[in-house]
Design a protein around this ligand. Structure first.
Ligand SMILES: [Zn+2]
Length: 306
């Protein structure tokens, strides 16, 4: 059985790529979909795909990035490029479930790397900024599908209009399905700050979230995807063991857990392609699932983006 994760370049303008999107995203967003395998899928074949590849210098972990999960009509003033429809999101969860994917917390990655109990195939769902639509549209679906997610929160945004409240976050954390990660105190572009100021933003967000929610926070997301070796060192010194970027890809390095790659989890809002996916959720026929035939059986198939 073969799994193909296909990427398609959208038609939407890159001018709409703002907010958390990185300067490392100079091209348009990709939407993903899981192509239907041409042969029946079995649990044994799924488990043969590797979280840790046979090459010890890398492992495979798709880590999806989400921002807003809400209907496009309600977000006319926001960048449509950062919005995922709740309908699409549920289809994605269903597709992952049907194909045997196990959702994991980003913070669990170091442990999985030294454990023989790592799930396979694994995937991480990440949500940046702590928008309130997470509570309304995402949280119920995570509970429905028992999917885990990592939510990167900015303490200064908590309780502000459009963002999660303390009470909502406590409810979310209590579910055990969502872990909180840090995203600086004020969503600052860290590379523009002095080391002292950056350290305050990084360590301060960890301390504040741990104090307010009674959890240990060990995963970090760089605002705007902006990071340098100097900033990465500060993140490590603050006690974080994982950090996510906006660099695309899912071949991860065990030596680079503070610069984990991610993949946009959104779909093409407002485009014909989005309409086709949203309306029918059609999966490509085996004939269109190119490149699958050339890969070894049991190995997750993918096309590198960078
Ligand atoms: Zn952000």
């Amino acid at each position: 059985m073969k799994i193909l994760l296909r990427f398609r370049l959208p038609l939407c303008s890159i001018a709409t790529l703002i907010v958390c999107s990185s300067t490392a995203l100079p091209y348009a967003l990709a939407a993903w979909e899981l192509a239907s395998p041409s042969t029946p899928q079995t649990s044994s074949s799924v488990s043969s795909t590797s979280f840790i590849s046979s090459v010890s210098s890398s492992f495979t972990l798709p880590t999806l990035t989400y921002h807003y999960v809400e209907s496009a009509q309600r977000a006319s003033k926001r960048s449509v490029a950062l919005i995922t429809s709740p309908v699409i999101f549920e289809k994605q969860l269903l597709a992952l479930q049907e194909r045997g994917y196990k959702t994991i917390f980003v913070s669990a990655v170091p442990g999985h790397l030294v454990s023989s109990l790592h799930p396979s195939p694994a995937i991480a769902l990440t949500f940046d900024d702590g928008y309130q639509d997470f509570y309304v549209n995402v949280f119920p679906l995570l509970k429905k599908y028992q999917a885990k997610a990592t939510l990167y929160v900015v303490p200064a945004f908590i309780g502000k209009q459009g963002y999660l409240t303390q009470e909502e976050l406590k409810d979310i954390v209590a579910s055990g399905l969502v872990e909180i990660g840090a995203h600086t105190l004020h969503h600052k572009n860290l590379v523009r700050l002095s080391s002292t100021a950056a350290q305050k933003e990084i360590a301060g967000s960890k301390e504040e979230l741990e104090r307010d929610f009674g959890v240990t926070v060990t995963s970090f997301a760089y605002p705007f995807g902006a990071h340098t070796p100097r900033i990465e060192a500060l993140v490590g010194e603050a006690g974080f063991t994982t950090a996510v970027t906006t660099q695309r890809g899912w071949d991860q390095s065990p030596e680079s857990l503070l610069i984990l790659k991610r993949i946009p989890g959104l779909a093409f809002v407002g485009t014909r392609k989005w309409k086709a996916i949203g309306d029918t959720a059609k999966e490509p026929s085996p004939a269109t699932a190119t490149s699958s035939s050339s890969s070894a059986a049991g190995k997750p198939l993918h096309r590198r983006l960078n």
